[in-house]
Ligand binder design. Structure first.
Ligand code: ADP
Ligand code: MG
Length: 583
């Protein structure tokens, strides 16, 4: 076996495998170079998903012909600070993007510094393909053609031009969000896709993700220790079926990090259904030496010195903002939300007991059941039909529809409440208040109940016995594959321990050890609350309905259920009149 040095063309090809995976990665490198060069305007054109053409033109510093030649050499960079790689603030610093791209495509670089003439250098798959004067305004224009034309192995792995285009668009979006102060334009196959003037971060995010964020977003501005967090997240009710609009920027660098996914999930824990996802663009500022940006050739990943602290700070900041927002909107009219809600066909249909009015029921047996069910609610008061509706923001109960919705009359309109969603929320908030007050009360079962589970599930629950006891749920291991339930949280009322334990075991499994105690308690609590709630389909008495309405008014965050759906909507008199064409 003989050892030999690899020729530079081959080294570049190998590096290209890491840096230039697909057209979008080449595009990303070129835009980053423009930003590093101090550009205030960047014009991007691509064709055929980037396979036929990628062109990036900027009005940045430009390069002299000598600098251009150097730039095309491997590991030549103008960006590494003398103090070392830890302090790098530019996007680039490895000096391998241009030579890598040039080794797997035909690259034409044109550049001009202010006060001098322009120059052009062409490289074709690693080989010089001529140079000479060029006419262009100050700045740089890089043009990549025939990408991977001579690298069939790579071409084979590319997807359709359509999805390569989508990846390019995503790359442009990420960088455009990272630098809202820079103007961007983006053209695909001659069609203008984006045209962005310099603007503030919130406006840029809204322009790129959804203009709806103006109305359905929450601004974030939070600091803890030496870290800062700004950006925008969507209201829990404004969510998506895919987690495809979640962006994280660390010190202005777009990064793809699993940490964001977990942090968002924890922050929205009991506000959004498990299969729905919020929209988020978050800008994290941390001390340069607390993050390593050199862990991935394309620099899309970072490594935090203390990921738990970062995660905790993001979850804390978002949670704070979400709580504040829900407090602000509690009791406020939700007509706009309701209308959006109703017109959003993207949502899954809700379980629904079918149409029809059910008379408010008040048989003796119902009252007894109600007592058992609402023993923690304020004493039920029956409101006579002429009760002063103006005293209550959520109005006075007038009836129940489909044994699922409470209809109430408020001073300014008609209120419809989803009884299960609302009650679930109240149970959760009750448990939370009890926990925060340090007095979670539990209700001993007359007869301890044995619940069979599989061994792994038992192990998992055994690992959190303490936390569960703190919530009022007292269980013990019973042999290899069963648990004994001795007491359940008092806030819960009647519940089926078997399905509760199975759900909890699944919850614990999903969370793993990756999440903090506080987050875990909250999630577990939400799962418990769901089990303790009035089901849709139960007929309620007027007294029960009013008790529910009064408790909702008194409870923070009761305007939406644990899955992010509204618990009630109001049709204002105005809206009703419009429906009947009276306005
Ligand atoms: N658009 C541009 N404007 C000015 N200089 C550029 C531009 N693109 C590249 N350069 C110069 O070429 C060098 C090499 O670029 P690159 O291969 O991307 O490596 P890196 O960005 O890691 O330094 C950069 O350090 C920079 O000096
Ligand atoms: Mg670069």
């Amino acid at each position: 076996m003989s050892i030999r040095r690899l020729p530079p063309e081959l080294i570049n090809r190998i590096a290209a495998g890491e840096v230039v995976e697909r057209p979008a990665s080449a595009l990303k490198e070129l835009i980053e170079n423009s930003l590093d060069a101090g550009a205030s305007q960047i014009a991007v054109r691509i064709a055929g998903g980037g396979l036929d053409l990628i062109e990036v033109a900027d009005d940045g510093s430009g390069m002299t012909p000598d600098e251009m030649r150097l730039a095309l050499e491997r590991h030549a960079t103008s960006k590494l600070p003398d103090e070392g790689i830890e302090l790098v603030t530019s996007f680039g610093f490895r000096g391998e993007a241009l030579p890598s791209i040039a080794s797997v495509a035909s690259l034409t670089l044109e550049s001009r510094v202010r006060g001098a003439d322009g120059w052009r250098i062409a490289i074709d798959h690693g080989a010089p393909a001529g140079e000479g004067p060029a006419a262009l305004p100050p700045g740089t224009r890089a043009k990549v053609e025939q990408l991977f034309a001579k690298v069939p192995a790579r071409r084979k792995f590319l997807r359709s031009p359509r999805s390569e285009y989508a990846a390019c668009l995503d790359a442009v979006k990420r960088l455009a969000m990272a630098r809202p102060d820079v103007a961007f334009s983006f053209e695909h196959d001659g069609r203008r896709i984006l045209s962005l003037q310099p603007q503030g971060a919130p406006a840029r995010v809204a322009a790129l993700l959804s203009h709806e964020l103006d109305r359905h977003g929450i601004g974030i501005d939070f600091a803890r220790d030496d870290m800062g967090l700004t950006g925008v997240i969507s209201l829990p009710t404004f969510n998506r079926g895919m987690a495809d609009q979640q962006y994280l920027f660390v010190n202005e660098r777009p990064v793809k990090d699993r940490l964001l996914v977990g942090a968002l999930r924890a922050a929205y824990r009991d506000l959004i259904a498990r299969d729905r996802h919020p929209i988020a663009a978050l800008f994290l500022t941390v001390p340069l030496d607390s993050v390593d940006v050199n862990v991935h050739p394309a620099k899309t990943e970072v490594r935090f010195r203390d990921p738990q602290a970062v995660r905790g700070m993001i979850v804390g900041g978002l949670r704070h903002a979400l709580d504040e927002e829900s407090q602000r909107s509690a009791g406020r009219e939700q007509v706009a939300a309701a209308v959006n809600w109703m017109s959003d066909l993207d949502r899954r249909p809700r379980e629904d007991g079918g149409p029809g009015w059910a008379p408010a029921h008040s048989g003796e047996q119902m009252v007894a059941e109600a007592r058992a069910l609402f023993d923690h609610a304020p004493a039920a008061r029956a409101e006579p039909a002429h009760a002063p509706v103006q005293d209550y923001p959520l109005g006075v109960a007038r009836g129940q529809v489909a044994a699922t919705y409470i209809v109430a009359e408020a001073e300014d309109g008609l209120v419809i409440v989803d009884q299960h969603a609302a009650h679930e929320r109240l149970v959760l908030e009750r448990m939370r208040a009890a926990r925060e007050g340090g007095r979670p009360s539990s209700q001993a079962l007359l007869e301890p109940q044995v619940v069979e589970l599989d061994e792994v599930e038992c192990d998992r629950l055994e690992g959190v016995l303490h936390e569960l006891a703190g919530l009022g749920l007292e269980i013990e291991r019973f042999g290899t594959s069963a648990m004994i339930v001795r007491a359940v949280p008092a806030a819960l009322g009647k519940t089926d321990p078997a399905s509760l334990l199975a759900d909890l075991a699944a919850e614990v499994a999903e969370l793993g050890g990756a999440i903090g105690l506080q987050d875990r308690l909250d999630l577990v609590q939400a799962t418990i609350a769901c089990h303790g709630s009035v089901r849709a389909g139960r007929i309620l008495s007027v007294a029960e309905m009013n008790a529910l309405l009064r408790e909702m008014e008194a409870t923070p965050r009761s305007g939406q259920c644990n899955h992010g759906r509204p618990t009630w909507v109001k049709l204002a008199h105005n809206d009703i009149e419009k429906l009947f064409g009276r306005r």
